[in-house]
Design a protein around this ligand. Structure first.
Ligand code: EPU
Length: 439
């Protein structure tokens, strides 16, 4: 993978690209394969770093993984085994996936290990909900110098769990732990993102009994055995929306093959409110700049069915090109506006605030977190050398450079590869003007 891109901005991105399986679903489905007694087949798998990390991690635990090179992964969990802590640590990289391996490993081996976890630096990203969930199911949690050791010599049992916040990861933790636990589980305060519904679909194919009720309540009846699944991963709705914002920022028109309307309704409404043109088809969505001016917006990020926090950063770049004042209130992560510093350096007019500048006060309102932004547009963007801070912030820097006048050097682009499959080939297909250079 390249380490720097020299981008000459000002060229509208135009053409067709394809987006494959979701970064925030595929790794979880790969982990679910460990719960089966027979091999699973997962299709539409993208070539991104997170898939490679999870492949290495499950392989370390004895899962035989076969990639056909066309996007189909076969995962055979017949010989799941213990792995050395140092190896888990070395292979986990920045990934938070080891925490989700705990339930399946506790069922099969009676123990699991979590090294110090990484992931994008977008707030504290604690794992307290996960640890509480696992304790509820009967796991013993022991802090070691190198990480956290879990054990459940007598297996896991069903439990009543109430999450303080509808966390995506903690909901997945419950699903992956409860399906093979003894007895029933009731989860209150569950997250209901499409990625979670897709994971439930996978688990149901495997033989699980999971009922999703109203008001964020999920019931799971534990079963003794699950078999393998065959499933096509849902499209990455974060990547799809990111390209939609790229079309707005560069004044272009991008057909995103694979983009699925039902998973993106909230984004599509916001896109249309900015004045963007949409053509929603069965095989994908065309996102186009209208050609005139864009409208400013008031947007709050939220859990599903709200506006995703991961849609926020590329949209903020588009809002620098809208005529008027936009307000964005981030309510999912306390620290997700760091990327705006580089945008300000490129000429954007963005003010950050500690107050909740939305209609609903959020968890961060009484704390000292800078989690609201006022964006005044329209401000032409000027080229700047930028170092990518995290995945979504990095993609937004990339599209800012593509929309800016002049030549920018963007370093640290490997981070973008964590979640955007072959993005340089896609940029080429869309007519972007860039060169791959030494960092
Ligand atoms: N939280 C806690 N304690 C926990 C877990 C979460 O306080 O034990 C808090 C977090 O700090 C955050 C909130 O709960 O403020 C929501 O976090 P959540 O658990 O929902 O996030 P996650 O499961 O760690 C996934 C995605 C994120 C995405 C969020 C929200 C994956 C691998 N990651 O993270 O994706 O932003 O859900 O939708 O699925 C990305 O793709 O760039 C990304 C960061």
């Amino acid at each position: 993978m390249t380490s720097a891109l020299q981008i000459t901005g000002g060229v509208p991105l135009e053409g067709t690209i394809e987006v494959r399986g979701a970064k925030n679903f595929v790794p979880k489905a790969m982990v679910a394969a460990l719960l089966g007694s027979t091999p699973s087949v997962l299709q539409n798998v993208p070539e991104i770093k997170d898939v490679k990390v999870v492949t290495d991690l499950v392989a370390l635990h004895g899962v035989e993984v076969n990639n056909d090179g066309q996007g189909a992964l076969t995962l055979d969990p017949s010989n799941v085994t213990r792995a050395r802590y140092a190896d888990i640590d070395a292979h986990a990289g920045d990934s938070r996936i080891p925490i989700l391996l705990c339930g399946p490993l506790l069922h099969t081996l009676g123990e699991a290990f979590i090294p110090d976890l990484g992931g994008c630096k977008i707030g504290d990203r604690p794992i307290n909900y996960h640890l509480d969930v696992l304790r509820n199911f009967g796991a013993k949690v022991e802090k070691l110098e190198s990480g956290i050791k879990m054990s459940a010599p007598n297996g896991l049992h069903g439990a009543k769990v109430e999450l303080p916040y509808p966390s995506v990861g903690a909901t997945e933790q419950v699903l992956l732990s409860a399906t093979r636990a003894r007895g029933r589980t009731e989860l209150r305060g569950a997250a209901t993102e499409p990625e979670i519904m897709n994971l439930i679909a996978v688990l149901q194919k495997m033989g699980a009994i999971i009922t999703v009720q109203t008001d964020r309540v999920i019931h799971i009846e534990g079963v003794e055995e699950l078999k393998g699944y065959n499933h096509r991963a849902m499209c990455d709705r974060i990547e799809a929306a990111s390209w939609g914002s790229a079309a707005l920022v560069t004044g272009g028109s991008i057909f995103v093959k694979g983009a699925t309307q039902s998973d993106m309704m909230t984004f599509l409404n916001v896109f249309r409110k900015t004045g963007g043109d949409l053509d929603i088809r069965d095989d994908g969505i065309q996102f186009s700049h209208p050609g005139g001016s864009l409208n400013p917006l008031v947007v709050e990020t939220d859990v599903h069915p709200g506006f995703m926090t991961d849609w926020q950063q590329p949209l903020v770049v588009a809002l620098t090109q809208a005529d008027g004042v936009s307000i964005v209130h981030e309510t999912v992560y306390e620290n997700r506006f760091g990327f705006t510093r580089a945008l300000k350096g490129m000429g954007a007019n963005i003010q950050l605030h500690r107050d909740c500048l939305g209609s609903t006060p959020c968890r961060f309102g009484q704390s000292n977190f800078v989690h609201s932004a006022i964006i005044s547009g329209r401000t032409p963007l000027k080229a700047k050398d930028i170092h990518v801070p995290d995945l979504r912030g990095g993609f937004s820097h990339l599209i800012a450079a593509l929309g800016a006048e002049g030549r920018s050097k963007v370093t640290g682009v490997e981070l973008i590869q964590r979640g955007y499959e072959r993005f340089t080939s896609k940029l080429e297909a869309l007519g972007a003007n860039f060169d791959v250079v030494d960092a």
